[in-house]
Design a protein around this ligand. Structure first.
Ligand SMILES: [Zn+2]
Length: 312
């Protein structure tokens, strides 16, 4: 997510979450294990110093992309196009989105799209810590999508699901915009898109809860909470005041397709001080809660598919 830092301080004073229920989460855990150990392994790898802050066009980003491709391949997730890495050139630098497919390629039907941006802001010259590891932003979201991909590949849902890890989000949602246009041009249909962004911290309103951007643009939250029989998806007032809906990779898909496209996040402006800071590292995150959020998200996606849900 791209947010001006000065706003973060201002808005922390104005913190107001629209919590419509104090209900305790009772969501049953997914049948196939999405383990804390695996969540920790993935996010630690993606935000390690050897990935050099994953700035698009760098060796660090390419190393992270190779790791993600291997993860998808090992999980049995096929490429959506001819290869997992779908390359593009931005300002003379070659980079790639990573696009996988669960189910079969059938362009006569609608796909469900799950996404997260893989890139971050790189590194600086410093004698001490020099790498922007981007653990919360957005190794956490990529971890969710990889876990969901592996889970869905095993459970084989009755739907075709595209998983996409985007490049150059931090430079203005460039990778996602490229993919949205490319897919639209090829007449590939999307029913809805769920984008995962900064889910590494526990929301101030409690454990195993998220908010979505564009809350009022569809009935996704109501549908999701009903399918889960718990209040998992919440409203955060700052998503409107900061226009977060337009600040992450859900937005290009919304622009191009006009279907429900939401970003799922737990960063509520009150629970993390290291947005775009060197200290955005794994040790600062709440991995147990993050793993719970991924598990609930897996159950949610599974139930959305089972219910053949149409978000209005
Ligand atoms: Zn981000």
């Amino acid at each position: 997510m791209k947010i001006r830092i000065t706003h973060l301080f201002l808005i922390s004073i104005l913190f107001l979450v629209g919590c419509k229920s104090a209900q305790v989460a009772t969501t049953s855990q997914s049948k196939i294990e999405i383990s804390l150990a695996e969540t920790e392994r993935i996010i630690s790898e993606l935000s390690s110093d050897k990935m050099e802050g994953r700035e698009y066009g760098t060796e660090g980003y390419n190393r992270a992309a190779d790791w993600v491709v291997k993860y998808l391949t090992d999980s049995g997730v096929k490429p959506f196009f001819t290869a997992h890495q779908d390359t593009l050139t931005i300002s003379g630098k070659k980079t790639a989105n990573i696009v996988g497919l669960i189910g079969s390629r059938d362009d006569s039907k609608e796909y469900i799209l799950l996404g997260a941006h893989l890139d971050h802001i790189g590194k600086i010259k410093s004698k001490t810590d020099s790498v922007y590891n981007g653990a919360n932003d957005n190794a956490s979201g990529v971890t969710a999508v990889l876990q969901l991909a592996r889970y869905l590949q095993k459970t084989k849902p009755d739907a075709n699901v595209i998983v996409a890890l985007f490049t150059a989000e931090e430079s203005g949602l460039i990778g996602a915009e490229y993919l949205a246009r490319r897919m639209k041009k090829a007449d590939i249909k999307i029913r809805y898109m769920l984008n995962f962004e900064m889910i590494g911290k526990t929301m101030s309103i409690g454990e195993d809860k998220v908010y979505i951007t564009g809350f009022d643009k569809s009935d996704f939250a109501q549908v999701a909470n009903q399918l889960l029989s718990t209040q998992f998806v919440h409203y955060l007032s700052q998503e409107v005041s900061f226009d977060l809906f337009r600040r992450s990779d859900n937005y290009p898909f919304y622009q191009v397709y006009g279907v429900p496209c939401h970003t799922i996040s737990t960063f509520d402006f009150n629970n993390y001080n290291y947005y775009h800071e060197l200290k955005d590292e794994v040790k600062e995150l709440d991995l147990k809660n993050m793993n719970a959020v991924i598990n609930t998200s897996a159950t949610l996606v599974e139930r959305l598919i089972q219910a053949d849900a149409r978000i209005k």
